[in-house]
Design a protein around this ligand. Structure first.
Ligand code: NDP
Length: 311
């Protein structure tokens, strides 16, 4: 990663230019940097930021110059002082939301929203249902614990240290398992009276896939939404047959492709944050020039909550 000056043009049709105040760091940025998610190089990293619109292109009616906004973009480009992008995933911020909080919550909070509200098992999710959420002390994880709690769900969190387990519990998880030293399947079976949970939300990938499948109740849903430990190996479909399981591999961008769906999801996110149901934890701040250190810390599992870059 290098800090360089590159020219920034004016927005074209359907585009806006956002002058950034704070930038979100996400695990997807590390996949793009490492090449797990291929990009033509060189490119500007980053999927998320908050700031002020300083120019709009022809045909943009949803937003205006001077609007305070935040976005989760389809393609990279947010590790920068300013950026031109498609208006569709850019949303106006409530006055009560500061830029740092917005940069820490937009991509991660919208992700938790579509996972908990729109990625559900065939029988739905009702208050009192139990779910497993892996890497629960991370950026996405701490928002998820709180939002799930607000929905009345019982979260069995997993995390990589006892301290992280305690943090997840302080943010709404009812139970927490240190998956580096405990038998996750045995604990989940014990906590659910042998039945298993309705959904496992798994962003760890390679290291947790098999254990996750074993944690599911009959007709349970396996939501594989990330690869923090590496991509999941090819799956033998027969492994799902014992309990008639469902599997999905969703992404936020599919949900944000429709502006009206994105607006609804953003408004639900702003609502849970402004009412205090979800508190966004900024685990660490780095200067934009120190983005490489933010990546090192994130990949070494030494962080909790959301990381942001400041200007
Ligand atoms: P996190 O802050 O959650 O950081 C990743 C965490 O994964 C680490 O802190 C660590 O927690 C855990 N982990 C487990 N194994 C490893 C490993 N081998 N190397 C590194 N970390 C590991 O990141 P984010 O909140 O940014 O993202 C969380 C996950 O959600 C990522 O996998 C990301 O790709 C995914 N995601 C998917 C989206 C989608 O739409 N599909 C959208 C947004 C995020 P611990 O020490 O507790 O194990």
């Amino acid at each position: 990663m290098q800090v360089v000056d590159v020219p920034l043009g004016d927005p074209g049709p359907g585009e806006v230019r956002v002058r950034h105040s704070a930038i979100g760091v996400n695990f997807i940025d590390t996949y793009q940097r490492s090449g797990l998610y291929k990009q033509a190089v060189p490119f500007v990293l980053g999927a998320e930021a908050a700031g002020v619109i300083d120019a709009i292109g022809p045909g943009v009616t949803q937003l205006a110059v001077g609007d305070r906004v935040a976005y989760s973009a389809r393609g990279p480009g947010s590790y920068a002082e300013a950026r031109v992008l498609d208006v569709n995933p850019v949303f106006k911020l409530p006055d009560s939301t500061d830029f740092e909080t917005a940069a820490a919550m937009m991509l991660k909070g919208l992700t938790v929203n579509y996972l908990l509200q729109r990625t559900r098992p065939i029988s739905g999710l009702q208050a009192g249902d139990m779910i497993v959420w892996h890497a629960a002390a991370g950026g996405v994880g701490l928002i998820a614990c709180q939002w799930a709690r607000a929905l009345g769900l019982i979260v069995i969190a997993t995390a990589g240290s006892d301290e992280k387990c305690e943090l997840a519990k302080r943010h709404g998880a009812t139970h927490a398992i240190n998956y580096r030293r405990e038998d996750v399947v045995a604990r989940v079976r014990e906590l659910t009276g042998g039945r298993g949970v309705k959904v496992v939300y798994d962003s760890v990938g390679k290291d947790t896939w098999e254990r996750s499948i074993e944690c599911l109740a009959p007709f349970g849903l396996m939501v594989s939404f990330g690869n923090a430990s590496g991509p999941v190996a090819p799956v033998n479909l027969l492994s799902l047959s014992k309990n008639s399981l469902y599997v999905t591999r969703p992404t936020l961008n599919t949900h944000l492709a429709d502006r009206s769906v994105g607006e609804q999801m953003a408004s639900e996110l702003f609502d849970v944050v402004s009412t205090g149901k979800v508190k966004v934890e900024i685990g660490a701040r780095y200067k934009l020039d120190d983005a490489a250190q933010a990546h090192r810390d994130l990949e070494s599992r030494n962080t909790t909550g959301s990381l942001i870059l400041t200007l």
